[in-house]
Design a protein around this ligand. Sequence first.
Ligand SMILES: Cc1cc2nc3c(=O)[nH]c(=O)nc-3n(C[C@H](O)[C@H](O)[C@H](O)COP(=O)(O)OP(=O)(O)OC[C@H]3O[C@@H](n4cnc5c(N)ncnc54)[C@H](O)[C@@H]3O)c2cc1C
Length: 378
Amino acid sequence: MGFQLTDEQKAIRSLAQDFSANEITPFIKRYDEEEILPLEMIRKLGKVGLSNLSIPEQYGGPGIDRISHTLIVEEIAKACAGVATGLEANSLASYPLLIAGNEDQKRNYLTRLTKEGEFASFALTEPEAGSDVSALTTTARKIDGGYLLSGEKCFITNASYADFLVVLAIVPNEKKEKVYSAFIVESKWDGIKIGEKEKKLGLRTSDTASVIFDQVKVPTANRLGEEGEGFKIFLKALMSARPMVGAQSVGIAQAAYEAALNYAKERKQFGKPIAKLQSIQFILADMAMNTEASRLLVHKAAYLLEQNAPSIQHASFAKCFASDTAMKAATDAVQIFGGYGFIRDYPVEKIFRDAKIMQIYEGTNQIQRVVIAKDILK
Ligand SMILES: Cc1cc2nc3c(=O)[nH]c(=O)nc-3n(C[C@H](O)[C@H](O)[C@H](O)COP(=O)(O)OP(=O)(O)OC[C@H]3O[C@@H](n4cnc5c(N)ncnc54)[C@H](O)[C@@H]3O)c2cc1C
């Protein structure tokens, strides 16, 4: 067992750190204020080999190991969680293809992401089916040569820019059984409408929108796996993706901790830096300790993925613990900044707004606990 990063992993982390320092941090405040997804920034990440992180080399991706993937996501999220979310949308949409795609589907669609700089979305959530995925009502009715897709997906990351979406739908049958199937759907096809971009509490540099499918013709060649396998494919995809939400959360927690630590050393009250006060020291100690514990859980979950031994428990441990830590660290950082923490000129206000979503998307933290409990009690 080793806790050391390899030289290659260190080099990858340092590349991501440099990119964040030079290309994200100096510009991100404006994008956040204007609520714009910095597409060029994400394209530039691709040019230096820091995008499409889940895609193997044979399809034009960086072909990196899962620990390296977490290191990049952590560093980007430390600079801006919205950019990390926009960046990771392609990884998230790639997982169903990597899990169940045939060679043609992988070669065509994954290569479009890596070589053509296209964007993709993972379209699971619906207005009446959030935590309860089984309640989804988007249907893919069988027709000659394919399916007619109808329904609505909501809160879809990068939907306004996606060239294609990976969609979970029900194929209706006479027995009224729920036959879930997954499809690759191109945004340019007739019958697709993208909703207004959502205005959000945080993560304002990311794009979130609904997608309406009105009798969209999807060829059979665009079904992922067999009919009825869709649910399993999407759940497996989430098992790969949740540790990366954990990695984003570690980046947020680390950013909150560093900002609070620096401020505590500089800010003087009662004639001395507030860092000399034991109550502030204890908050900082907890931040440091929980951030490191989160990182270790994230690395363990990534290690298991790398070993081809994905663990639903560890994916949820990483996502849930790290995102609870990020929210707590962000809240405590605002507290350490006092009134200045509430003011938008200071960095922790954005960190605080961005942290909250980590406890919600890719399965809320209540759902992570449901998943863990179900697994340990089975
Ligand atoms: C910015 C953003 C980006 C997103 N990106 C995507 C995306 O790219 N693709 C996608 O498909 N989705 C995406 N989502 C959707 C996200 O995954 C869902 O919002 C999330 O899964 C929760 O679903 P919901 O909002 O319907 O909440 P609900 O399911 O309605 O939950 C409401 C509350 O009830 C609790 N609850 C529900 N069921 C249980 C239970 N059994 N036990 C205990 N508590 C429970 C929840 O934890 C929560 O606190 C995104 C959302 C946001 C806000």
